[in-house]
Design a protein around this ligand. Structure first.
Ligand SMILES: NC(=O)c1ccc[n+]([C@@H]2O[C@H](COP(=O)([O-])OP(=O)(O)OC[C@H]3O[C@@H](n4cnc5c(N)ncnc54)[C@H](O)[C@@H]3O)[C@@H](O)[C@H]2O)c1
Length: 297
């Protein structure tokens, strides 16, 4: 594998592009939104600068990495030469099914089509293509250049050959791939999202404040970040979308998203990317005024 195409240049897409390019792959980064592409390249530059400052890469490595990343809004041109396409577009099933229908037409017949989806069925995505054996989940964690795990999700039809190739390419990125089967939320989000949802419900019910909940989990459970801040980093819209997939997929009330989460997403308070979630990121990080929005306050 030499040529990689990444579809979607948001939080995850720019990190995935950064990582492949850093390890010598040629990357086409594709987005329908030109502004998002512009923002992604700026973010990659800043993150590479941080690696230079830490001494983990040289300035020459930074320049070489950036030179391997090409951006385009043209999906067909962007994927036509790719050996591997990693889709990291918005977590919405219809949107992803449409992208995979197009990828099946535009990508080389031998290309592997991977999705970075947090929760949507790989089996369902594969079924809209004519190459189900070559469709797989490649679930990177945020921030991609830093986090070691790649959750590799085998759909019902995914072949051993495809799985082995994705395990191998993940290892070449200095990641640790873990193979799991395709059920809602896979492993990572099936466990993480109910915890985040419970933290939001704990806040919503007035059991404790934002900082208190996060501090309990940081100092008491040795989590590096509290669940509310983690939700802000993931994106509250992404958290909501994953919980809805779990709720529909398992048909159990325990996955129902907290009304506070739904309200915050509807109000556009999606966390770090919007500047505010449970914390306000406009001037440093301070607690946002979430409690005043509760029904009983
Ligand atoms: N945010 C996280 O921490 C995280 C972690 C693991 C996996 N994921 C998954 O990664 C995927 C992307 O999430 P994100 O947080 O980067 O979202 P995001 O909202 O930051 O970025 C999504 C990008 O996709 C683009 N897009 C939408 N439709 C498109 C199309 N048809 N073609 C090309 N680009 C299109 C948007 O313009 C946007 O730039 C989702 O499936 C999400 O579940 C997210």
């Amino acid at each position: 594998m030499k040529q990689i195409a990444i579809v979607g240049s948001g939080t995850m897409g720019n990190g995935i592009a950064h990582t492949f390019a850093q390890f010598g792959y040629q990357v086409n980064l594709i987005d329908i939104n030109e502004e998002a592409l512009h923002h992604a390249v700026k973010t990659i530059g800043k993150n590479l600068d941080r690696q230079v400052t830490k001494g983990s890469i040289t300035i020459a490595d930074k320049e070489a990495t950036l030179s391997r990343i090409h951006t385009t809004a043209d999906l067909k041109a962007g994927v036509s030469q790719a050996d591997l396409v990693v889709e990291a577009a918005t977590e919405n099933i219809e949107l992803k099914l449409n992208i995979f229908r197009e990828l099946d037409v535009y990508a080389k017949p031998e290309a592997i089509l991977a999705s970075n989806t947090s929760s949507i069925s790989i089996t369902q995505i594969a079924a809209v293509t004519g190459r189900g054996t070559q469709v797989i989940g490649m679930h990177f964690m945020n921030p991609v250049p830093v986090m070691k795990l790649v959750e590799v999700i085998r759909g019902y039809a995914t072949s051993d050959e495809t799985t082995n190739q994705i395990m191998a390419v993940s290892a070449k990125l200095d990641k640790v791939p873990v193979e799991v089967n395709d059920y809602p939320g896979f492993v990572a989000n099936r466990i993480l999202m109910p915890m985040i949802n419970e933290a939001i419900t704990t806040l919503f019910e007035g059991v404790a404040g934002v900082k208190e909940i996060d501090t309990v989990m940081k100092l008491g459970m040795a989590h590096p970040m509290g669940p509310l801040q983690l939700a802000d980093f993931i994106g509250l819209d992404v958290c909501l979308a994953i919980l809805q997939v779990l709720q529909q997929g398992f048909g159990q009330a325990k996955y129902a998203p907290c009304p506070l989460l739904i309200n915050m997403v509807m109000a556009g308070k999606t966390g770090v990317k919007s500047g505010e979630g449970f914390y306000d990121y406009s001037q440093g990080i301070k607690e946002a005024n979430v409690a005043s929005k509760f029904l009983n306050q």
